[in-house]
Design a protein around this ligand. Structure first.
Ligand code: ATP
Ligand code: MG
Length: 340
């Protein structure tokens, strides 16, 4: 069976974008793939994290996976730092990847802003660690949001360059031409990129958007309703066809969220709401969001309260992850020429 790897950073409270772009898509893959879902704490510290927050968010994300339907006996759920091979492989990839490749990453440019001399070296090398996360398990498919597309391309570039640079050693070790697979982005349904509720040009994000711009998975019903009511929209009624959303990014976002949460396409939603005003649509969207998110939030709260159980799940996941990673890492050391 093909193997899937994906992860979320414990860098803030989980939001609707993380749910629709990532977590929700993890669940059905359990039936068709071997699934590894990680809480990538080593990625989180590429920007400053208060250590207590880092722990709390690590538990929360693992709990969100489970609350959304990821089964810890089927899938491997663990936090990245428990499997040290991630760090080891990423160092090797730092020496395979080129400075120029990293410098082209738009997420780095966005996150570094004007201040690129002052950000951590880890933030610059982030895609190299992400490539290690995926390739440490020779994962062939990665279900991540659309914002990660460029990083996945870089993962493929690193795999190709490693396969090329060490061609002779790979052949000698395995008789094969390639050691690392060329990982694909896994398209499961429409690639949903949830935007900020206050600015249709910006993605919803853990670390960058304001409270009113973001629907958090742990928000209560009142908070969700208030944020949707106050979300930026425009003066026009909803169009009756998808084409009518062009150049209306805020409207497109709200309709897109409704479609995703109700498992419909945008056309179906507009067939129902076309011609109506926001005063009708927003309450319907708020009800749908509350009905979708509040059972998950309740289950998350129950799970994080049981630290012992969460620790046991993460430790067991790390053991199972290591069992896959260690033989692959042993081959990598051999290929590179590290003496054991
Ligand atoms: P940060 O602001 O710290 O980067 P984030 O909200 O972007 O946090 P990540 O941990 O970087 O979250 O990403 C976790 C997963 O969630 C990835 O698969 C990413 O593609 C997805 N994701 C993040 N934001 C969105 C969004 N607005 N819409 C859809 N998917 C998203
Ligand atoms: Mg992000």
């Amino acid at each position: 069976t093909p193997r899937v790897f994906s992860g979320i950073k414990p860098s803030g409270d989980l939001h609707l974008g993380n749910y629709l772009g990532a977590i929700r898509r993890f669940v059905p893959l359990q039936d068709t793939h071997e699934t590894i879902y990680c809480v990538v704490d080593m990625h989180a510290i590429t920007v400053w994290q208060d250590p207590e927050d880092l722990k709390r968010w690590t538990y929360e994300i693992a709990a969100a996976y489970i609350a959304a339907g990821v089964d810890p006996t089927k899938s491997i759920i663990f936090n990245q730092s428990q499997v040290v091979e991630h760090a080891e492989l990423s160092w090797i990839f730092n020496c395979v990847a080129r400075m120029g490749w990293m410098a082209r990453m738009t997420q780095f440019k966005d996150k570094a802003g004007e201040n690129s001399e002052q950000v951590s070296l880890g933030l610059f090398a982030y895609p190299s660690l992400m490539a290690a996360d995926i390739l440490l398990y020779k994962a062939t498919a990665v279900p991540v949001g659309e914002d990660q597309r460029q990083h996945l391309e870089l993962t493929r570039d690193i795999a190709k360059k490693f396969n090329h640079d060490f061609k002779k050693q790979i052949k000698a070790l395995s008789g094969e031409d390639e050691f690392f697979p060329i990982t694909e982005t896994l398209a499961t349904g429409p690639a949903m990129r949830v935007k900020s509720l206050k600015d249709g040009g910006k993605k919803m994000s853990k670390s960058e958007s304001s409270d009113l711009a973001t629907i958090f998975m742990m928000d209560d019903a009142d908070a969700i309703a208030k944020k949707i009511k106050r979300a930026t929209s425009d003066a026009e009624p909803l169009p009756s066809e998808a084409a009518g959303l062009e150049n209306r990014p805020e409207a497109e976002n709200l309709v897109g969220i409704y479609a995703a949460l109700s498992n419909q396409n945008v056309g179906q939603v507009l067939a129902e709401f076309g011609g109506q005003g926001w005063g009708k649509f927003k309450p319907a969207l708020a009800d749908l969001a509350v009905a979708s998110l509040s059972p998950i939030a309740d289950e998350m709260k129950r799970l994080v309260a049981d630290r012992g159980e969460m620790d046991r799940i993460l430790r067991d996941g790390a053991d199972r992850a290591r069992a896959i990673a260690q033989p692959i890492m042993a081959d990598v050391r051999n290929i590179v020429g590290f003496v054991r």
